[in-house]
Design a protein around this ligand. Structure first.
Ligand code: GDP
Ligand code: MG
Length: 441
């Protein structure tokens, strides 16, 4: 709904040369509503709107943008900046074992995230990882960590409900040292609500373990309540990062803004499924669009500012409509992406699984990948680009040799192209055309 209203407002502002108090008032009201609906805390919303206004007022509007479009651009950038610039990684640059302490309410997702992180650290960072639970209050909690740690392929340090959390922590740290673990993940007990005893306990664990990372795990579905929880944990502990879980739910994820604003700690990870591999580095840019529910408009503004050729886009839309999307167009898209600096690009408009894949990769790798793909398509003849179905084994070998890659990579690109083609066909009458229409004005 916001998208519709906003795009109408964006249109109404056509032909005005600068952003003024009066021409953006309605838009800012919509944005304010959207943020409140996304469960962003009121003071955070106020502050945000004030900052956007400050940045926007009097700004000249460049090129083919309307003030409305320019404002959307500012809103999106500001929103992303509020949630963190770039992607925040874990700090493991300490004398090993690096301890990661997990804090948060019961049910926030600490135990699940502990195992997800273990898997992530093993696979992405090649770390030797030990987990331990200090949750001595719920007998099943220790077993739960054991089970998920096994799934993650990490090692689990046994603890029992008869021990004190501090004793468990000391023993686990000692074990991690003697067996040369790189990382010790410490899962802790939560309560259903903030309470003094819980806070004292985790403070004592923090003092004992001197963790490299103290991660506050918070359920994105918690909405407004996340604010109070975040404040209490921030006051009790020097948080170094936030993990926002259950982003696969239907919340708009406004908690990200509030929690970030209140703790000042970067959001490092997002939980996106119950499964052990459902963890991603948090991407503020991508999340900003979700919070406002205005992915399309943001994309539109980005494309216009990035100087994407509108005629190109329209031509592409026409091709998709007629079902004639070929490798030439794929190449064109790849080049457009490059022009826009990689990830904040067409990929963002793809269905979530694909976009998630793109967002996961770090920027430089994605860029290298784009360059390699470009190389492969360039090594094809125009005929092959228009009729990829003729590319059989011997052609593949020639193309691979020409591009200096393995044949598998050619296969992968063709596969990807097929998927994109299929998807674009599906989008035909819908999303893509709408988007292109807006692009064309
Ligand atoms: P803890 O009490 O903080 O340790 O929370 P748990 O790790 O036991 O998680 C509570 C519930 O939330 C479990 O049913 C998990 O499967 C679920 N959960 C945790 N993270 C996610 C997530 O990112 N997405 C979804 N859908 N469920 C999650
Ligand atoms: Mg737990």
């Amino acid at each position: 709904a916001l998208t519709e209203k906003l795009s109408r407002l964006v249109k109404e502002l056509r032909g005005q040369a600068r952003i003024t108090e009066s021409n953006v008032q309605d838009m800012l009201r919509e944005v304010r509503m959207a943020l409140l609906e996304a469960d962003v805390a009121l003071p955070v919303v106020r502050d945000f709107i004030a900052r956007v206004k400050d940045k926007a007022l009097g700004q000249e509007v460049v090129g083919s943008l309307t003030p409305g479009q320019a404002l959307v651009g500012i809103i999106h950038r500001e929103l992303a900046a509020t949630m963190g610039a770039g992607v925040a990684d874990l700090n493991l640059a300490v004398q090993p074992p690096a301890v990661i302490l997990m804090a948060g309410l019961q049910g926030a997702g600490k135990t699940t995230t502990t195992a997800k992180l273990a898997k992530w650290l093993i696979e992405r960072r090649k770390k030797k990882v030990l987990t331990v639970s200090t949750d001595v209050y719920r007998p099943a909690a220790i077993e739960q960590l054991k089970t998920v740690t096994r799934q993650a392929g990490a090692e689990w340090f046994a603890s029992t409900p008869q021990q004190s959390p501090l004793d468990i922590a000391r023993a686990a740290l000692d074990h991690a040292r003697r067996h040369y673990f790189d990382v010790l993940l410490v899962d802790t007990a939560g309560r259903l609500a903030i309470d003094e005893a819980m806070m004292r306990e985790i403070q004592a664990l923090h003092a004992e373990l001197k963790p490299a990372e103290t991660l506050f795990v918070v359920d994105a579905m918690q909405g407004q309540d996340a604010v109070n929880t975040a404040r209490a944990f921030k006051e009790a502990l020097p948080l170094t990062g936030i993990v926002l879980t259950k982003l696969d739910g239907d919340s708009r994820g406004g908690a990200a803004l509030s929690v970030r604003a209140i703790t000042g700690a970067p959001i490092k990870f997002a939980g996106v499924s119950e499964k052990i591999d459902g963890l991603e580095l948090f991407d503020a840019e991508r999340h900003a669009g979700r919070v406002l529910g205005m992915g399309d408009i943001v994309a539109l503004v980005e494309q216009v500012t990035a100087g994407v050729d509108l005629q190109q886009a329209q031509k592409l839309a026409a091709k998709v409509k007629s079902g004639g999307f070929d490798l030439e167009d794929f190449l064109e898209q790849i080049r457009q992406m490059k022009k826009m600096g990689g990830l904040s690009s067409l990929l963002d408009k793809l269905p979530t699984q694909l976009a998630a894949k793109a967002g996961e990769a770090d920027l430089s790798r994605a860029e290298k990948d784009i360059r390699r793909k470009e190389g492969i398509i360039c090594a094809m003849t125009p005929e092959e680009r228009r009729h990829p179905e003729i590319i059989k084994a011997s052609r593949k070998r020639r193309i691979a040799a020409g591009a200096g890659v393995q044949v598998q990579e050619v296969n992968r690109l063709l596969k990807e192209f097929e998927q994109m083609q299929a998807m674009m066909k599906k989008m035909k009458g819908g999303g893509l055309m709408k988007m292109m229409k807006r692009l064309g004005g």
